[in-house]
Design a protein around this ligand. Structure first.
Ligand SMILES: *[C@@H]1O[C@H](CO)[C@@H](O)[C@H](O)[C@H]1NC(C)=O
Ligand SMILES: *[C@@H]1O[C@H](CO)[C@@H](O)[C@H](O)[C@H]1NC(C)=O
Ligand SMILES: *[C@@H]1O[C@H](CO)[C@@H](O)[C@H](O)[C@H]1NC(C)=O
Ligand SMILES: *[C@@H]1O[C@H](CO)[C@@H](O)[C@H](O)[C@H]1NC(C)=O
Ligand SMILES: *[C@@H]1O[C@H](CO)[C@@H](O)[C@H](O)[C@H]1NC(C)=O
Ligand SMILES: *[C@@H]1O[C@H](CO)[C@@H](O)[C@H](O)[C@H]1NC(C)=O
Ligand SMILES: *[C@@H]1O[C@H](CO)[C@@H](O)[C@H](O)[C@H]1NC(C)=O
Ligand SMILES: *[C@@H]1O[C@H](CO)[C@@H](O)[C@H](O)[C@H]1NC(C)=O
Ligand SMILES: *[C@@H]1O[C@H](CO)[C@@H](O)[C@H](O)[C@H]1NC(C)=O
Ligand SMILES: CC(=O)N[C@H]1CO[C@H](CO)[C@@H](O)[C@@H]1O
Ligand SMILES: CC(=O)N[C@H]1CO[C@H](CO)[C@@H](O)[C@@H]1O
Ligand SMILES: CC(=O)N[C@H]1CO[C@H](CO)[C@@H](O)[C@@H]1O
Length: 668
């Protein structure tokens, strides 16, 4: 009997061991032995350290939150320690990683009083100083980068998407008690970046923000993947899903496991063998139970294997599925239909002219009214890319965006078909003496808020991070209920301009709305849109166009004028006189305040659009004090602002892409 039992035990053990390898394979990344002071094996510090490590890993509840801190002993031999598991991992993986690193830490740094050890799945740290609720660590950072560089033509766009994805993740993480968030966004139709940020949850929101800001700004985004590990926080981006996107894992119910093991132990115990029945039938029972267990373990091992395979398959899956290809075709319209709808692009149907071509009003034979934009024939890209980008833009659906309904690609013609809005654009109301009275303060406030929401969708919620690059009053259309709808977004993509942003001669924006760094250096980011939004807000409040502004006061432009009034404590003098009889003072002052924050010279000082939406909808958020607006200086004698290259003063703007789009709600 005993040899039989031994065999079963041995079998089960070897099997369990092979299974645990599947679950417990932790990727070592880096460790830092600070090498300041050491302890000896028979010191109090060593005893305290052992106590600390065992108490850190013994609290089962902490594995579900992925974080635990503990202290042991009294100063000067006091040890403080913590672990942090990557936020997407299950408690089981976390537990196994912590157990693994608790053993490993003695091999890595045998006698050091302060150590940090990173695995892909978890971080373990201890020190003789205080390491809780502080970001001061004096080192222990590790930057990793992928060996594959981003191609230079993609660099700007890639960098922009990575930065804004991580910044959005930071906002999410600050709102999460676990101080963890992941985000993904598309760079192109077929390429997605995945980002992750995490702080140790003992940090305050402000400390977490400071730490992540550093972790993001020091990331190297010239390669297709990278991470920055720090003792208090970390950031990472890749072009494949390195975190568990959905917790699709359905672990076998633990109850089943426990009862199986109980059964086995009972069967192997003496009670069972002493009880009645024949020996053979007992052996049979044991065999059956063992067989079931083995089958179960095999299926789990198989699952582990398959899960890995499935992940690989997902990585290389084509970007389009059948439905999406079908939808490209359903968007394509026949040239003759468009020709008929617009009376062969007649002058009488022409309703406007934008930066990319002329706009006509069209009526299909079934009565549907549309706006038809006929692109001028200088587009830089091929038909396939054009279709791709149209599809991307057509997928953006939001109540504050003008819908793209279809396109036409025929005989050298590239045409975009949009929903038609009969009430024209905001500038037709705002800057028209007869019509501006129709926009009372309630409506103007609604327009400001709706515009912010539309831009927020472009920057964030569409998962694509589209920078509008030409936001202005004439691109804000109004529907029958005076809801704002943003037009002309995604044009840089459709026109194939994204890769040529360094080239200032191809800048797509409108002077007067353009952020200084964009106008002068061709650098754009979501913060350039924030600047344009700020100019629009000040225009909506004042009813004055920036570009046609003249004030005897010495202020040459709307922004300086608004700033001067603000500084002198008279912000309400900015108000459009037609609003005087009926307005909400706190709302208006808040809007002026937000407008001024948006036009700060340094993009870092401008709030993000999600924060602007928060500021507009909640009075609880305290706004930072604005500084003097950043201006794109331009000679006022120039009549046509678009023809003014030589008039740009080469004023240097201290700015780096990595600094961009940070929330400044929290003091550093
Ligand atoms: C861990 O996984 C890697 C690759 O997945 C493999 O090469 C390595 O042998 C594994 N280590 C152990 C201990 O199983
Ligand atoms: C242990 O401590 C004693 C004194 O308390 C010391 O003499 C001895 O060298 C220590 N042993 C080791 C291995 O450090
Ligand atoms: C934690 O779980 C392990 C195994 O599940 C168990 O042996 C241990 O007693 C538990 N510890 C505590 C403190 O509940
Ligand atoms: C996903 O979760 C499972 C268990 O929850 C874990 O074994 C696996 O390592 C995770 N995958 C990644 C990529 O983290
Ligand atoms: C680099 O990125 C590729 C593709 O995302 C990935 O397969 C590879 O493992 C990465 N290499 C390193 C060293 O991170
Ligand atoms: C990638 O870029 C880094 C610096 O940005 C450079 O040192 C390295 O040689 C480049 N690698 C390749 C393969 O081009
Ligand atoms: C449409 O107008 C163009 C010139 O603008 C003209 O050459 C063409 O014949 C017209 N087509 C029809 C069907 O009227
Ligand atoms: C009207 O006709 C156009 C062009 O044929 C088509 O795309 C659209 O779906 C039609 N609308 C309705 C409401 O049938
Ligand atoms: C910028 O664009 C213009 C016109 O498209 C082109 O002639 C010029 O060479 C470009 N300059 C650079 C530096 O790419
Ligand atoms: C600073 C900090 O997070 N301290 C925590 C350490 O862990 C104990 C529980 O073990 C918490 O009560 C503390 O708040
Ligand atoms: C100025 C203008 O055209 N206003 C119109 C906006 O739309 C509503 C509803 O269609 C009309 O009633 C307004 O006259
Ligand atoms: C911010 C901005 O570009 N303001 C412009 C407003 O219009 C005046 C006059 O045209 C310009 O000098 C400003 O640069």
């Amino acid at each position: 009997m005993s040899s039989y039992t031994c065999f079963i035990v041995f079998f089960l053990f070897s099997f369990l061991a092979s299974f645990t390898v599947c679950a417990q394979n932790h990727t070592y990344i880096y460790h830092m032995c600070y090498e300041r002071t050491t302890y000896s094996r028979n010191s109090t510090y060593f005893t305290n350290l052992r106590t600390l490590l065992s108490s850190l890993s013994s609290l089962n509840a902490s594995y579900s939150t992925g974080f635990q801190n503990a202290t042991s002993g009294q100063a000067p031999d006091r040890v403080t320690g913590l672990f942090l598991c990557r936020g997407d991992l299950s408690p089981e993986v976390c537990r196994s990683c912590v157990a693994f690193s608790v053993k490993d830490i003695f091999n890595r740094c045998p006698n050091e009083r302060e150590v940090v050890l990173y695995y892909d799945e978890c971080m373990l740290r201890y020190s003789d100083g205080n390491i809780l609720s502080t970001t001061l660590s004096g080192g222990g950072e590790k930057t990793l980068r992928n060996n594959t560089n981003v191609t230079s033509s993609q660099f700007e766009r890639f960098n922009d998407v990575v930065m804004s994805t991580l910044n959005q993740a930071v906002n999410d993480a600050l709102a999460n008690p676990r101080k963890f968030a992941v985000r993904k966004a598309s760079v192109t139709v077929s390429q997605t970046v995945y980002g992750l940020v995490q702080c140790t949850p003992d940090l305050t929101r402000g400390d977490c923000l400071t730490c992540l800001q550093k972790a993001i700004n020091e990331l190297q985004t010239d390669s297709i993947g990278g991470s920055l590990l720090m003792p208090s926080c970390n950031s990472r981006f890749e072009i494949y899903p390195f975190y568990n996107e959905t917790t699709i894992t359905a672990p076998p119910p633990p109850v089943l496991f426990e009862s199986l093991f109980f059964l086995i132990f009972y069967l192997l115990s003496n009670d069972f063998w002493k009880a009645g029945k024949s020996r053979n039938s007992k052996v049979l029972v044991v065999s059956i139970v063992v067989a079931i267990t083995v089958a179960l373990l095999l299926s789990i091992a198989g699952y582990c294997f398959l899960a890995k395979r499935t992940k690989k398959a997902y990585d290389t899956a084509p970007a389009f599925d059948g439905d999406e290809i079908a939808s490209v075709d359903s968007l394509q319209l026949d040239y003759r239909i468009i020709q008929a709808a617009t009376n062969n692009f007649s002058e009488s149907n022409k309703i406007g002219r934008g930066g990319f071509g002329e706009v006509y009003m069209g009526t299909f034979s079934n009565g549907t009214e549309v706006a038809v934009k006929r692109l001028s024939k200088t587009s830089a890209q091929g038909d396939a890319e054009f279709k791709n980008e149209v599809l991307v833009v057509a997928k953006l659906k939001h109540k504050n965006l003008v819908r793209l309904l279809g396109f036409c690609l025929e005989r050298e013609e590239r045409i975009l078909v949009y929903e038609f809005l009969p009430n024209k654009s905001l500038d037709c109301f705002l800057f028209d003496h007869a019509k501006k009275g129709e926009l009372d303060w309630t409506k103007r406030y609604k327009i400001i808020e709706g515009t912010a929401r539309g831009i927020m969708y472009l920057h964030q919620d569409s998962q694509l991070t589209i920078v509008h690059r030409d936001l202005k009053a004439s691109n804000i259309l109004l529907d029958e209920d005076i809801n704002p709808k943003i037009a002309d977004f995604g044009m840089a993509r459709i026109f194939g301009l994204d890769q040529t942003v360094e080239n200032t001669s191809r800048i797509v924006g409108t002077y007067g709305y353009m952020a200084p760094e964009y106008a002068m250096q061709g650098q754009y980011s979501t913060k350039s849109d924030v600047y344009s939004f700020g100019v629009s807000v000040l225009e909506i409040i004042s009813g004055k166009k920036n570009s046609s502004f003249y004030q005897a006061d010495g202020a040459h432009d709307l922004l300086s004028y608004a700033w001067r009034l603000w500084k002198n404590g008279k912000p309400l003098e900015l108000m459009d006189p037609v609003l005087v009889s009926n307005f909400q003072m706190t709302e208006m002052v808040r809007c002026i305040h937000i407008g001024l924050l948006c036009v700060q010279e340094d993009p870092v000082d401008r709030p993000t659009i999600p924060n602007i939406v928060l500021m507009l909808t909640s009075n609880i958020v305290t706004l930072p004090v604005p500084g003097e607006p950043g201006l794109f200086f331009q000679s006022r004698s120039t009549n046509d602002p678009l023809d003014s290259d030589q008039s740009m003063k080469s004023k240097s703007v201290p700015w780096s892409v990595a600094d961009v789009s940070f929330t400044d709600l929290y003091p550093r």
